[in-house]
Design a protein around this ligand. Sequence first.
Ligand code: ADP
Ligand code: MG
Length: 609
Amino acid sequence: MPNNIQILPDFIANQIAAGEVVQKPESVVKELVENSLDAGASEISVVVHSAGKKLIHIADNGGGMSKEDLELSVKRHATSKIRTQEDLERILTLGFRGEALASIASVAQIEIRTMTEGGEHGWQLNSDPTKEVLIKPFNTVRGTQLFVRNLFFNVPARRKFLRANLTEFRYISETMLRFALGNPSIRFVFYDEDRQIFDVYPEELIERITSVIGNAKQEDLLKVDLSNEQLKISGYLGMPHLAKLSKSGQFLYLNGRSIQSRALSHAVFSAFEHMLDKNQHPFFVIFIDTDPEKVDVNIHPQKHEVKFDDERFVYNTLREAAFKCLNENKVVPEINFREKLTEAPFEVLKRPEQDDVLVNRLTGEIIEQKFVQGKSTYNYNEHSRRDKNKEPIPDKSAFDALFSPGEKIQQNPNISRESLTHARYWQLHNKYIFVETDIGVMIVDQHNAHERVLYENAIKTMNREFSNSQELLFPITIHLEERKLLLLKELDEELKSLGFIYEINDKRVTIKSIPPDLIHGDEENSLKEILDIYEEFSKVRHTGKRDNIAASFSCKAAIKTGHDLSLEEMVALVNNLLKCNMPYVCPHGRPVVLEYTLAELDRRFKRTS
Ligand code: ADP
Ligand code: MG
């Protein structure tokens, strides 16, 4: 048998590795800024052209590299940051894998200019994936400059998957924002070609927040500060009104590294308890500092995710820190809802000569029909004895399972409008509409129902040539932060076809007309909120811009739970709902209508008529 295995040439091996580290221009920016931070820079400037596809230029005033270091820097697994296995166990720098420069150099042309402190002169390196690396003396200043040109020029498949410039640029600006907020003592300059996005000088964190986050004012920010033997938590929490419908206002840092964690973001959310709705996400910039040995940052090539030795402890400490902050600032109402909230409402109902059932005391919902103690498929004990301090990190799917109806209620796809002409309508707790039908009762979730109606209307409107639009008597001007502005431009066509008419002037947007379905009095926030919701949805919906815009719009414009409806409004809503193509689920897949037949009710009341 001939030998078939070969070691791959370096540049191919690097290209493969690049697939993990460098996925888009944003990844290059992230890696390079991290290198500048690791090099001890106090000033970092970033300029991109064509969303980084043509050029990414980064300059820092850090330690620079000697000729030998420069030569090695673009080689794979070449790093100055760790040397031994022990080092790997306690990472203090942002980089350590020694992959970034090698990976980038395999998918772009790069040029590095660098000089060390007290160096006689600097050095310049030029590299092209398939050519020899060239290094020559060069006159420059202390620090390092990197030029990354024509990213992915030699990997057409990658290039094809890049998104439009506006989108790729938005990713880059999000990353730059994370760096700027995470390092307030460093000056960051950020340009899109010759347009300045920000230029922020060293300042206190609270000042940095207000300099880069458009709508944040100092008085809206509450200081977070809590330490125990293992963790130090610091930063700022936004007042409830800064909460957004997306997580784009959440900045979390672990030992200086920006991280994302659903569990930890929930920890902060949970401190707000009754003050925020389930779909609202508080604004925060929070730093968690801990012994680097207690966390593993090496589980993800881009290091977005980290693993804690004891995640529950971190969760609880963060929650406590946020809670204390809100409490001290008297944001939390006096009454403490916590006990009530964490006490599970499940109860086993004993029924003579029948199986026990597990019910939710608050909703009356039957969670499990044939409940045999100790054999529940739901971890009943865990939920009923949730200890405040040892509360398990909620797993969303577990919650969903708990709150979905235990009994499958037959949905009648043929509810006809005729059958409702003489119906009686009744609104329960400003939340559900009860409608008498000729075979029983229909229960409609008012918010979900309205959402469905608006969603289908929005899709229709967008498909028409002329949009419906309601001109505002007084146009309003709003200020959008950079990222939102980019998103707005990206969605320009869709928003216009929906009925938003506006003009963009630098960072100001003047809204002249809005879709007629929008509840009046909230024109100013609606556009912003729709953009927020859109961002959040686009993480989970992969159905295209139009659908997502329609869903975001309807989510924003729909009447809320808690809204008192007149009889006419109820009738109109239910009638419009039944005209929908798909009246039974809202655009997020939640049920809209439940129907109980008389027969079903009779059975439950043990009437055998
Ligand atoms: P890592 O950051 O994981 O060590 P990189 O490929 O990103 O790997 O960088 C390789 C090495 O190049 C670094 O360890 C560092 O010594 C050097 N280097 C990269 N960028 C800079 C910079 N801006 N200033 C000084 N040294 C740098
Ligand atoms: Mg690096």
